[in-house]
Ligand binder design. Sequence first.
Ligand code: MSP
Length: 646
Amino acid sequence: MTTYITTPIYYVNAQPHLGHAYTTIVTDTYSRFRRLTGDKVRFQTGTDEHGDKIAEAAEREGESPKEYVDRISGMFRDTWPLLNIEPDNFIRTTDKNHVATVQRILQQVHDKGDIYFDKYTGQYCTGCERFLTEKELVDGKCPDHLTVPEEITEQNYFFRMSRYQQELIDHIKANPEFITPERYRNEVLSFLSEPLEDLCISRPTSRLTWGIPLPFDDKFVTYVWFDALINYLTGIGYPDGEDFETYWSVAEHVIAKDILKPHAIYWPTMILSMGLPLYKKLHVHGYWNVDETKMSKSIGNVVRPAELVGKYGVDCFRYFALREMSFGLDASFSADAIVARKNSDLANDLGNLFSRSTAMVFKYNDGVVPSVSVADDDTVLKDLAESVLATYLETMNNFQFHRSLQAVWELISQANKYIVTNEPWTLVKDPERVGRLNTVLYNLLETLRLLTLFLQPVMPGTCKKMAAGLGLPEDSLLVTNLKENGGWGKLESGTGLKQIEALFPRTKTKKKEQQPPKQKAEKKNKKQKTKAETIEGAITFDQFQKVELRVAEIVAAETVKKSDRLLKLTVNAPDERVIVAGIAEYYSPEDIVGMQVLIVANLQPVKLMGVESQGMVLAAKAEVDGKSRLVLSTVSAHVPAGSTVS
Ligand code: MSP
């Protein structure tokens, strides 16, 4: 199979930030995933360098447009390797061949009678680089840029978009996967339910010179969107190139919701006018906010990818971006959220599984992959890995990366539990159970091998390290076909492991971020401090930080046999785990299912009345109606299960 996947080409009026990084990480991850399934892949990104906005930005910086676009485009190009993003093609709209192809297409569409000259008055938003309809304005302003658009009357060229409206509606209705997630498909269909206006596609050179001249009238340059969208064709050598033949029929575009209309309406109607088949899919994601606020230069909260990589590491950033955002919905970035993911999902879950499992192989089997006794029918991890692979393939194909990662983490968490349940440290003491020990170790290593495959598209660097640690050949991740090697049991016995460094050193949460500056705090809280010093057994902030508190949702509850005091709770935190709580006297199981409670998530598991408890539920001990009882702690608003408590 063949895959052609693109990002938007980014305006060079701003430097790369979290939003650009996200789209490009998604696209890189998808390309890597498709490669892993054996596809021939082409991944394209680039920069959009014409138009009012760019000309204005260049002037502000005191540079010529050309100098300016070269500089900022270079910043985008230099950012992607920092994020381990490897596009096959980086296109610029100032490239000569792009300019020539845009002119050729304009001429073709003009000759067909789909471009005409007319007078027009409209509300022009420079931020959007387009005329807005009255209906789109909110309180007279552009809802995205919160600016009053400028009323402009001018003679211009128009593209007969309306001519292709019905054909487009029919195509969207007949192809449910053309625009996904569904909410955006519905949005487009709803927009198309009203008559489409034709699209103004020129700007007079009296107003703007930084653009591509119309081939049939050099007093005009082409509208930035007509120029930009065509990059998806010029990048693969349209009209004559071999790559065009190979890739156009499978083109998939990734964008955020801000540029839905140009991609779902302008672009397909342009393609129809050109007489080409429509692109295959449009994948639309939501917006990243920062600490619940819109990211903006004026607020000063713009998140720069290079800074995140410096602080948390590239794979942590990639993992965080894909895990934290449900593709299609908005998400919020915060330093706390990324640290929590790093410490919990990466250091605790994945990092520990790798180091514990490999350390035991070094200790108990001289660092060599053991062979498994055929008679041992322990298929717990094998069965789970197979079902995870199925979910993984489906969700990765559907751009539901957060769900793919959730499924993979289910395997990680079960493998960690598998260690605790099987106690290899006990097995090793009994020479008769060496076969069983070997099976347990093999199953853990084979799970790790599969994890290197599943996670390679998301965390290529880490997976390379893991593969090296497992003694896999250096190119195992590059040449591997997931369909062939995603099956269980491919790890060869006798392979020697290699010692590697910890995959994810924990990130310490800085004291400064958590507490007022020392001196100030000392002055302000002198009394309190003296009191704190005298509290017997007082712990330091660092000690407290070691306790991992999370919000857990109770998904099932039952009494523990032969105990009046204990309830066995199955909770989502967000991994599923069992916690045994001494609350049976105060709560009946049916009362608490669905409740969100606070738990200590990183306690050593203990067995209570034969049931293993993986954490502790917090409750207040209080006098209620004259009786002493336990009252479960909870949160004041419903939050995602697993949210950290700080
Ligand atoms: N140049 C046009 C696109 C032309 S494509 C033929 C453009 N450029 S842009 O620089 O404004 O990039 C917009 C895209 O950047 C979004 O669609 C999205 O991919 C990414 N993002 C920019 N800010 C974002 C967020 N805050 N959150 C998520 N992605 C966002 O529009």
